[in-house]
Design a binder for this molecule. Sequence first.
Ligand SMILES: [Zn+2]
Ligand SMILES: [Zn+2]
Length: 186
Amino acid sequence: MELTDQLSESELQIASALADMAIARGGTFDDYQTPIYLRGLVDLDSQLVARACEALGLEPREDYTPVVPPVGTIRQRVGELARKDTAAEAAKKLLPLPVSEDNEKPYFCLDCRDEPYAWRVYRCGGLGKAAGMVGGEGAVFACARRNDHAAHTYVERCGCYSTNPVSAEHRRRMDAAKAKRETKRR
Ligand SMILES: [Zn+2]
Ligand SMILES: [Zn+2]
C-alpha cells in the first residue's frame, strides 16, 4: 500500500507542501522523510504549514543548508504566521482613529479614556450596613458581590476593547518596548 493512501486530508496537504518546497529549493523530498516530518507537524494547522512551506520555498537557499529545513524551522515559521494572522484579524476590527480640529487629542472612548487594556473604572456603593459612598472617578455601578461590603472601586473590561484603535496603539507600543528590553537582556 502507498503511504499516501493512509494519510488524512490535512496530512496529505502537508506532505504535498513539503514535496513542493523541496523542489522549489532545488532538491527532492525523500519518502522516508515524510512520516518523520508529518509526526513533527501534524498538530499544526495544515493551511499554515502549507503557507510556511511555500514561503520557505521562495527564499534563496544558502549553500550547505538542507533542501528541506528542519521541522523546528517550519514550526517556527508557522508560529510567526499564526501570530501575524491574529494581529491582522485584531487590526481589522479596529475602528478609525478619532480626528480633532484643535490640537487636543479627543478620547476615542470616554468610558475607559483609552486605557491601554481598556479597563474601565466603576464605583460600587457597597451593600448592607457597610455601604457608603466612594470618591474618585468612574461610573457608579453596583458590583456583582451579594454579601455585605463597603464601597469600593473596581475595573472591568470596557466594551471598546476589540475596536479601540488608541488602546490598541498603546498596547502595541508597550509590547514593542517590552520586546526591546528583552532582546537587550539577552
Ligand atoms: Zn472604552
Ligand atoms: Zn461592590
